[in-house]
Unconditional design. Structure first.
Length: 219
């Protein structure tokens, strides 16, 4: 609890997260692993772009050995304190996201720091808080209920820890596929309009490449 006395009257929630993390001797990556989020998420909170959700606040307090009350006493980030309903959305930066092929996406299973701009076939502009993004077109009957043929999905490859029920891009024996992730039991699940597709157990042959952040249909 030493970080509280150092910053009792200081700043934002992000300031408090950063101070407590440093006092605990943790890197952003260390803290991210403890609470099950990505390192960029920690960076976003500490920079004041967005605040952690309420359920994450409790995890942060436990991981950093600080009181929940002290952590939440900080001021809200500007975007989340703004009373205008669209304020947080309008303040998100516009990202020019490279559109790549599935073959190129396979590279990210073994090389998470690969640059998708080097293999971009096109670009699409989106608003997003995440910065490590690429997009690809999905044409897979196993997920046509969620993503009909020709849907463009945007992948956050900085976040390799999708929540239960979220869609992700994974490499199975080196071949990238989009599936819904389940935690209990740990598997990749299809989302099909008609076909029967078996779930894929997550083992050493499976590598999560990133989380699906949004999808865009073209007509």
């Amino acid at each position: 609890m030493s970080s509280q006395s150092d910053t009792e009257n200081r700043g934002s929630i992000g300031d408090r997260v950063r101070q407590a993390r440093k006092s605990a001797g943790l890197s952003q990556a260390d803290l991210a692993k403890r609470i099950g989020v990505s390192q960029p998420a920690i960076a976003t909170w500490e920079s004041g772009v967005h605040d952690p959700r309420r359920v994450v606040m409790a995890k942060l307090a436990d991981a950093l050995s600080i009181s929940h009350e002290w952590l939440t006493a900080g001021s809200r980030s500007r975007s989340e304190a703004d009373p205008q309903p669209a304020a947080a959305y309008l303040r998100r930066p516009i990202r020019h996201v490279p559109v790549i092929s599935f073959d190129s996406a396979a590279t990210f299973a073994d090389e998470p720091n690969a640059d998708p701009h080097q293999v971009a076939e096109d670009y699409i502009s989106v608003t997003a808080s995440a910065s490590l993004l690429f997009a690809l077109f999905v044409d897979d009957a196993a997920v046509d209920l969620a993503f009909p043929k020709g849907t463009l999905v945007v992948i956050d490859y900085g976040d390799r820890w999708p929540a239960d029920g979220n869609f992700c891009l994974a490499a199975v024996d080196g071949a990238p596929i989009v599936r819904r992730l389940r935690r209990d039991p740990s598997c990749l699940e299809a989302s099909s309009m008609g076909g029967t597709f078996p779930s894929i157990e997550i083992d050493e042959s499976v590598e999560i490449i990133g989380c699906v952040r949004l999808s865009i249909r073209f007509h």
